[in-house]
Design a protein around this ligand. Sequence first.
Ligand SMILES: [Mg+2]
Length: 328
Amino acid sequence: MDTVDSSRSQEDSLGYVHIQDVPALNQEHCKMLDPQRVERIINEFVCGGPERMQLVSDFDYTITKQRTDDGLPVLSSFGIFNECKSLPPVFKTETDKLFHKYRPIEIDPHMPKAEKIQYMIEWWTKSGELTSGFPFDQSEIDQMASKFKHALRDRTHELFETLLRLQIPVLVFSAGLGNSVVSVLRQANIMYPNVKVISNFLQYRDGLLAGFQEPMIHTFNKNETVLSGSEYYDLVHTRDHIIVMGDSLGDADMAAGVPASSHIMKIGFLFDHVEANMDKYMNTFDIVLVDDQTMDVPRALLALIEQRHQLRHPHLANGSSAPAKAAL
Ligand SMILES: [Mg+2]
């Protein structure tokens, strides 16, 4: 029996991937509306190999945890900035006012998206105006961000190491504050050369803050269409196998703008109001992970891709440095 089983599993590892053979996808909290579709995409990914892959991820509560083991709240990238000591008191009160006005609009289930976009542009514009006219040092963000370098999902480091080893481009897409995002990733030692952050970055004029650099990235233009014309756009458009990860429904659209023939696997991390949100998440994401504070599912997908890649290229079995060593 043993020999039959092992020869069968060996055959499977060379052939078609069945979802039931991937433990991470069989966990109780891992939900799929259409498992056959997920299985089909996984097999496309495995056949296409790492050279066709890219990963697009949200930052706040997707790379960072939604819930920490010690129960301490995780600040968002804008939250990190808002806690910095040298901000004028009026900044905080006015920022709070904007939040209370525009946040309900952002999450309003009834307002059409086109209408929301106008409000979001207004919100980000006013927020940029508030973030102007006073001196500010990046070191303040770094200090605050250092508290959250341990608030990344479990095994985020392993995920990013695999992505680097397989030379898969990672786009971290955030409608938050890029200065905080980069600072957290740097201090967590995962800001590798294959990682690109597209977000809102602080801008200075005459030594004073002057809002955010263009283009403005808000909740509803957070997709690859805003990359149009950039060097990164060309790079990612040759990679039509895409893993998208996010914790908000809008994150599922982050790969909008890529060729229609692309294969996209959308992974949604659901934590708040699980029951009320479940249907929408199930209809929006291919895989919904309920209160999963790890990177185990994306890692499992990459492991399948890497296994097959190594079978095809045995000289790479010891890591991507092998050919370089051989060349020496
Ligand atoms: Mg988020």
